[in-house]
Ligand binder design. Sequence first.
Ligand code: HEC
Length: 167
Amino acid sequence: MKTKQLERVLLNSFCLVVWAGIGLAGAHFLSSCTKEGGDASKDAAKNSAQEVVKQKPEYYKVKNVQLGTTIDPALSKQGGQVFDVTCTGCHKYDEKYVGPALGDVTKRRTPEYVMNMILDTETMIDKDDTVKCMLQTYLMKMPNMQVDEKDARAVLEHLREVADKKK
Ligand code: HEC
């Protein structure tokens, strides 16, 4: 009986130590994350020029996205339809849902980032620090939704229009 009790006490405190360890490591990981990615909106705004260069790493499948100076309404409409069918299960414009709010994503991220998030989701989750950090918040991996490049570009145009209207 006594040894059983002692065993339990020991086991208990061992668990506590492990938990504390995990907790500390987790806290450390999280804190390095808020700087790197996650809600990097402020950082991105602060050194946007630097960020843009930094945010076109070699693992990007889509290397360069040409944006018009104005929004293409037809393209945006097409993108809105794709978005409604494919993305609204997890994303809203103005608030966090299963994934981050996307109404202002084109202000926070580069067009290439958004395109690669849609077209090469797995690589982004695997390699991109910003996305890796978001995983800690959203606790699930965004699936590759099998959108083709034209539709992805249309969704980007739609998200640009949504961001534009928020001004
Ligand atoms: C099943 C849920 C789900 C669906 C469907 C989904 N996403 Fe996501 N998305 C997520 C999650 C969760 C994240 C956060 C990163 C992670 O944890 O993988 C995310 C992240 C993103 C990001 C990065 C946002 C940021 O702030 O950097 C973009 C852009 C994005 N998604 C676009 C889309 C688009 C466009 C579609 C539709 C084609 C879509 N997602 C469909 C779950 C989803």
